[in-house]
Design a protein around this ligand. Structure first.
Ligand code: HEM
Length: 155
C-alpha cells in the first residue's frame, strides 16, 4: 500500500516548470482514444515537430480567445502544452506515451459548455490548417477527439 502510494507519487512528480497535481495512475488509455495505425497520420501532421507547432498554436489561440480564454486562465500552461503534445502524438501513432490525466478528471469542475467545445475545435482546425494538415487528415483526427466531448463538457 505504502509502496504503491510512493510509486504513484514518484511517477507523477512534476516535470520541470510544472505545478504538482494530485497523484493518479499513468496509462495510455487516459488519452481517451486508441492510436491510428501506420505512419500516414503522423506524416500528415508533419511528424513530431509538426505536432509540437500545432499544439503551441492551438494553446496560444485558446488562451487568447475572447470566448474561452478565461477558462484556461490560471491553469498550468507548461503542463498543458506537454500533455496535449503527448496525447496528440500518442493518438497519431508518433511513438509517444501519454502521461497526463484522463479527460474526465482533468476537466472536472471547469464548467465547460458545448459552445466552448465547438470554439476549441475551431481553434484546433485553424492550427492544423495553418500547419498544412490536409483536410481529410484533420477530420480523421477530429473524429478521434469527438467522443471525448461527453467527458469534457459539463452542461
Ligand atoms: C476533445 C477535446 C479536448 C481534449 C482532447 C483536451 C485535452 C486536454 C488535456 C490532455 C489536458 C491536460 C491533462 C492533464 O493535465 O493531465 C487538458 C486540460 C485542460 N483542458 Fe482540455 N481538452 C479538451 C477540451 C477542452 C475544452 C472544451 C476546454 C475549455 C474550453 C478545455 C480546457 C482545459 C483546461 C482549462 C485544462 C487544464 C486543467 C487543469 O489545469 O487542471 N479542454 N485538456
Amino acid at each position: 500500500m505504502l509502496l504503491t502510494a510512493l510509486a504513484l507519487f514518484l511517477q507523477t512528480a512534476p516535470s520541470p516548470g510544472e505545478e504538482p497535481v494530485d497523484p493518479y495512475e499513468i496509462k495510455d488509455s487516459n488519452a481517451g482514444a486508441t492510436p491510428f495505425s501506420g505512419t500516414g497520420m503522423l506524416e500528415a501532421f508533419g511528424g513530431k515537430e509538426g505536432i509540437r507547432r500545432i499544439v503551441d498554436r492551438f494553446v496560444d489561440a485558446n488562451l487568447a480567445d475572447e470566448e474561452i480564454g478565461e477558462i484556461f486562465a490560471g491553469h498550468d500552461q507548461v503542463r498543458l502544452r506537454r500533455t496535449l503534445f503527448e496525447q496528440f502524438c500518442y493518438i497519431l501513432n508518433g511513438g509517444c506515451r501519454y502521461t497526463g490525466r484522463d479527460m474526465k478528471s482533468s476537466h472536472k469542475d471547469l464548467g465547460t459548455q458545448h459552445a466552448d467545445m465547438n470554439r476549441l475545435v475551431e481553434n484546433l482546425q485553424a492550427a492544423m490548417a495553418t500547419e498544412g494538415v490536409p483536410f481529410a487528415a484533420q477530420n480523421r483526427f477530429l473524429a478521434k477527439l469527438a467522443p471525448m466531448k461527453r467527458d469534457v463538457v459539463e452542461r
